[in-house]
Design a protein around this ligand. Sequence first.
Ligand SMILES: CC(=O)SCCNC(=O)CCNC(=O)[C@H](O)C(C)(C)COP(=O)(O)OP(=O)(O)OC[C@H]1O[C@@H](n2cnc3c(N)ncnc32)[C@H](O)[C@@H]1OP(=O)(O)O
Ligand SMILES: O=C([O-])CC(=O)C(=O)O
Length: 380
Amino acid sequence: MTATFCEYKPGLEGIPATKSSISFVDGQKGILEYRGIAIEELTKQGSFLETAYLLIWGKLPSEQQLKEFQNDILYHRRIKYRIRDMMKCCPETAHPMDALQTSAAALGLFYARRALDDPEYIRKAVVRILAKIPTMVAAFHQMRRGNDAITPNDNLDYAANFLYMLTEREPHPLEAQIFDVCLTLHAEHTINASTFSAMVTASTLTDPYAVVASAVGTLAGPLHGGANEEVLLMLENIDSLENVEPFVQNLIANKQKIMGFGHRVYKVKDPRARILQGLAEKLFDQTGHDRYYEMAVELERIIEGKLGQKGIYPNVDFYSGLVYRKLGIPSDLFTPIFAIARVAGWLAHWKEQLAVNRIFRPTQIYTGEHNAPYIPMEER
Ligand SMILES: CC(=O)SCCNC(=O)CCNC(=O)[C@H](O)C(C)(C)COP(=O)(O)OP(=O)(O)OC[C@H]1O[C@@H](n2cnc3c(N)ncnc32)[C@H](O)[C@@H]1OP(=O)(O)O
Ligand SMILES: O=C([O-])CC(=O)C(=O)O
């Protein structure tokens, strides 16, 4: 079927590019559901791995299914020494997102390709990717500091083990629980840029490691997942409560974007930002006050006053860094952590895409010349 007329929309704004039953966003009401379940419920009652199972396999797991899924993931958490050796060759100054994109693609070197009609291949790929991505992020973090990678701790669950691999210290249960909620909140968000990238790559029927590597590269940009790191850099730059107002004035006067604000779909405060703000407050109640948090709240107040009528409110990237910072996580790991969680959504969309696949190949409006002459070198 060929479309006869279609209006060009920069950034494909408002253009449906797929049908999906994985998640739903109402950007006017600030609603996000995974497989029909509100994120408020999932973060209160579920865990990240339960959520990943829900997103990828379409329904909540039974107790037995969850146990098997958790055990499978635990079994596959280690990474091959050749991957560790390869990661050691990355410069220690490399951004961890670049190291992650490289190591995610490198997984494809080790596992057979393109058995995409084999459900066991799909199941194993899902488990391997979910299991190994956190280990690779933590391994690079250790290696860039001249340490060996910390072996995953079989006594710790998914979230607690990741925090452990960063520090070799078992996290406090509250820290692990808060981190698990952060992962759940970042797991999926309809057809955002990195998920679209995953789907385009998936539609060529390449292997799932290439799908994830392309999505990691897309997530890294400051207009998408990379904004969470930028928010913290911005707060460091602002430095004090008194500087917030002039800082905002200056950005608005120069028509610059304020990181962690605005969204293609949400025209109200992102529901994930609300929950993340609550988590930040919970941590501060336990561990003491944070002036960065005060600055963030003041920034939100001022921007709401100045840009609220345009629908510019905090997005998911605004408060997440404040939570991670309080957990002692360095700011250049914020976006890799987003990737650890979003792998669940990418894999869910990969599976959904394979079931109805047609290669993505949109059209363009050509704006160049026709019948242009070839100018000989000496005449140019
Ligand atoms: C996980 C995520 O990806 S969440 C998003 C993370 N990204 C950020 O936080 C970066 C800052 N935000 C942005 O750049 C944008 O809001 C995006 C990329 C998220 C969405 O972009 P788009 O839907 O294309 O919106 P667009 O850039 O066209 O902005 C629309 C209007 O709102 C303004 N606007 C949008 N975001 C912001 C912002 N953060 N600060 C100030 N103004 C903004 C634009 O200047 C524009 O105003 P105009 O109509 O007067 O020219
Ligand atoms: O939906 C988007 O465009 C960006 C976003 O919030 C996400 O990927 O979580």
